[in-house]
Design a protein around this ligand. Structure first.
Ligand SMILES: Cc1cc2nc3c(=O)[nH]c(=O)nc-3n(C[C@H](O)[C@H](O)[C@H](O)COP(=O)(O)O)c2cc1C
Length: 188
């Protein structure tokens, strides 16, 4: 374990980790990650989040995904994500329970999830944001006996101590995406 990471280093070090050692993540660390999520901004401070923490049911969630894939084979990434889920130490299912203004609530959920990923990185825990569970919401909620009539499964987050360092991925450059209006870039 190294020294505490600088904020910029945390942002830079956060990468999607899909292979994990079998070291267990203690509940204290899981709670620290979720607490960081709770500090995220949310539209009208609605805090529309609910998290289900799974430690042992990853194989069954992956099986539900494989079953879905056998009926809808067009999306191969679902199978890859299923094996990530099988390997992870802890799986967070992230539900949204507010639909007052769904688009805003969904943005709030994204902020919450990113906060959790950054805190996981800060704790040197690998994580990956998973959208591929969304199509199987009904099956997953039924299996877990969660009444999801007023909830939407928006994502999952897989967690585990990293077993690999991902290759660098290209990122867009600042000047490719920003339109500076009303002032010159070399001002100041
Ligand atoms: C909304 C969202 C959904 C994602 N869903 C998946 C997924 O289902 N499976 C997966 O392996 N990665 C998933 N990812 C991770 C992205 O593939 C990853 O963030 C992207 O390739 C950039 O790589 P990096 O996270 O290492 O920087 C998702 C990311 C986001 C933001």
């Amino acid at each position: 374990m190294g020294d505490k990471m600088d904020f910029d280093v945390v942002i830079k070090n956060r990468r999607s980790i899909r292979k994990y050692s079998n070291q267990n993540i203690p509940i204290t660390a899981i709670n620290q990650i979720i607490e960081a999520g709770l500090l995220a901004p949310s539209a009208h401070n609605r805090q529309p989040w609910e998290i289900v923490v799974l430690k042992k049911k990853q194989t069954e969630i992956a099986a539900i995904m494989k079953q879905y894939n056998s009926i809808h084979p067009e999306d191969e990434s679902i199978l890859k994500t299923a094996s990530t889920i099988e390997r992870c130490n802890t799986l967070l299912l992230v539900y949204c329970n507010s639909f007052e203004q769904w688009e805003y609530d969904l943005l709030s959920m994204g902020a919450m999830i990113e906060n959790m990923l950054l805190k996981a990185t800060d704790l040197e825990i690998g994580s990956v944001w998973i959208g591929n569970v969304v199509p199987m919401q009904k099956e997953i909620s039924n299996y877990l006996k969660i009444d999801d009539r007023n909830k939407k499964l928006v994502s999952a987050v897989a967690l585990g101590y990293p077993l690999h360092e991902p290759k660098p991925l290209s990122r867009k450059k600042l000047l490719d995406i920003v339109l500076y209006q009303d002032f010159m870039i070399d001002e100041e």
